[in-house]
Design a protein around this ligand. Structure first.
Ligand code: FES
Length: 146
């Protein structure tokens, strides 16, 4: 049996599987996207003890006692700030990458609240966006960080 928390709630699983599959299929937290399923796109990013990781690369057996935060579990304040900043900068097109992008940005800002443009670009380099060219996403994160 594997035990950890997701968005502050204790959860358990009898079987080992990828965290991304557990979140989507068992907990129905579908904000975590299943893009490539092999660690290449960042759409499945979640926070594990406050740091951003690709949930498709973590099996439940590696998560005993850890705190997982998905896009659904970010704070109301974070939701408000990022919704405003991303709307203001026009950072969202199709939106598929955005949950993972936001979780990566929050993981970065948890570590480095004053992150500069270069650090933001590094912080989201594992998150692939096919629409925007990243400029407006970086501007959105910079605005959210203010
Ligand atoms: Fe996990 Fe693409 S689905 S990195």
């Amino acid at each position: 049996m594997y035990s950890f928390t997701v968005n502050g709630q204790p959860v358990t699983s009898e079987t080992d599987k990828k965290l991304s599959h557990f979140l989507r299929d068992d907990l129905h937290l579908t904000g975590t996207k299943d893009g490539c399923d092999q660690g290449a796109c960042g759409a499945c990013t979640v926070l594990i003890n406050g740091k951003a990781f690709n949930s498709c690369l973590f099996n439940l057996s590696k998560l005993e006692g850890k705190e997982i935060t998905t896009i659904e579990g970010i704070t109301e304040r974070q939701k408000e700030v990022f919704a405003y900043a991303f709307a203001k900068t026009g950072a969202v097109q199709c939106g598929y990458c955005i949950p993972g992008m936001l979780v990566s940005a929050i993981g970065l800002l948890n570590k480095k609240p004053e992150a500069n443009e270069e650090e933001i670009r590094k912080g989201i380099r594992g998150n692939i966006c096919r629409c925007t060219g990243y400029v407006k996403i970086v501007e959105g994160i910079q605005l959210a960080a203010k």
